[in-house]
Design a protein around this ligand. Structure first.
Ligand code: FAD
Length: 135
């Protein structure tokens, strides 16, 4: 059986007392292998928001929605990049479809692919982590 390789984006991640994070909120396609990074980043943002919400005894949807607000741009931009990469791959000639995976697998063994990944798929600024979560 083939593994489904689709991205999705849940329209609203928060309800009163409930917050979706990681793949449950935004699943990425395999292009670029970024699922873990996106999920961990959302979890880091969520930790801050949930901490404050619990402290203030306000876990309303409005309050928890801050996580989606903060992550929306990056997730959508990565999804759109993955979408473009998939279209390029599937609309290209059989020659490219055959050789591109081999080239990518070869490039993965070099520093080139890591450089491209960092330039395209990693946040331009370090994530602002509250000092209470630093060890
Ligand atoms: C085949 C494959 C290869 C991948 N390769 C890569 C890769 O190379 N690089 C990369 O960055 N990403 C990769 N990903 C994506 C990556 O695995 C996910 O994006 C990431 O694991 C999402 O993390 P998460 O914590 O949101 O969800 P998960 O890692 O799916 O964690 C969810 C957890 O919740 C548990 N759970 C589910 N339902 C319940 C319930 N009702 N009660 C209690 N627990 C429950 C599950 O058992 C699971 O442990 C790959 C995914 C797949 C499927």
């Amino acid at each position: 059986m083939l593994l489904q390789a689709k991205d999705f984006y849940v329209r609203e991640w928060a309800k009163n007392g409930c917050l979706l994070v990681g793949d449950a909120a935004h699943c990425a396609s395999p292009a670029g292998a970024v699922g873990v990074s996106l999920s961990v980043t959302t979890a880091v943002v969520a930790a801050d928001v949930i901490y404050d919400a619990l402290r203030d005894r306000d876990c309303s949807a409005g309050r928890l929605a801050a996580v989606q607000k903060c992550r929306d741009r990056e997730i959508r931009s990565i999804h759109s990049m993955q979408d473009r990469a998939a279209k390029l791959m599937f609309s290209s000639s059989p020659f490219i479809r055959t050789w591109a995976p081999m080239f990518i697998s070869f490039a993965a063994k070099t520093k080139l692919i890591r450089f491209v990944q960092r330039r395209l798929l990693v946040l331009p600024e370090p994530l602002a982590i509250h000092e209470r979560f630093m060890f």
